[in-house]
Design a protein around this ligand. Structure first.
Ligand code: SF4
Length: 221
């Protein structure tokens, strides 16, 4: 079996159910997918969930968010990192959705990335999870793990990582990569001290064999 197959099978078997549960949380509400992805930037899921649930207990649509005074919106989404900037951008974003897109979330990458605070990763999440288009959102977990597993060159930028992964991984498996690697990055392939000693991918991981396992041994001495 080639390495890509091993990695994809591993993510599917270990995290497939969690991924399905995460995606079903939004009940195909694309505006909620956008807001979740927007709020989750540099914020852990648990913190994002607190802000997200609080916000959607008060609002349903972009028009509702525009009506909330910025200070109040900051309070609501305070569990998230950079909540002041996010509150300002979220209001601007919602205003554009209402005025330019009749309150709907646009469907193209270009349109999404023209919204305040929406970059490559957020737009890819909306397009893949919301519109069922094929994209691989690249966050820090995806980038680090892809480099450790030598799926992409060490110096690749996030948008290059996205392109290269999309060229290598079969299209019908793209939906597993972002969330699968996020869960894997939290459980085993931690950013600072990956647990290579217990990693099922050690056999195919150049970083783990050369560096990771030694780092871990030093830690435990
Ligand atoms: Fe990450 Fe280590 Fe596993 Fe490689 S062997 S994927 S570095 S945890």
């Amino acid at each position: 079996m080639d390495n890509i197959k091993v990695i994809v099978n591993f993510l599917e078997n270990r995290y497939g159910e969690k991924i399905r549960q995460h995606v079903s949380r939004f009940n195909t509400n694309i505006f909620q997918i956008l807001v979740w992805a927007f709020l989750s930037h540099r914020t852990r899921d648990e913190r994002t969930a607190i802000a997200f649930n609080k916000l959607f207990s008060k609002v349903k649509t972009p028009a509702d968010i525009i009506k909330i005074p910025t200070r109040n919106l900051q309070e609501i989404i305070k569990p998230c990192g950079f909540y002041r900037v996010k509150a300002r951008n979220l209001k601007k974003l919602c205003k554009i959705l209402v005025e330019k897109y009749k309150g709907k979330v646009p469907k193209t990458r270009e349109e999404l990335m023209s919204l305040p605070g929406v970059g490559y990763k957020t737009s890819a999440i909306v397009l893949s999870d919301g519109f069922g288009q094929n994209y691989i959102p690249v966050d820090s977990h995806v980038e680090i793990i892809s480099k450790r597993l030598s799926l992409v060159p060490q110096k690749a930028k996030p948008y290059e990582v996205e392109k290269m992964l999309e060229e290598t991984i079969p299209r019908n498996k793209w939906h597993l990569i972002n969330l699968g690697m996020i869960y894997f990055g939290r459980e085993i392939c931690l950013s600072n001290y990956p647990k290579c000693n217990i990693c099922p991918l050690l056999k195919i991981c150049p970083y783990g064999q050369k560096i990771g396992i030694k780092r871990f041994q030093k830690l435990t001495i």
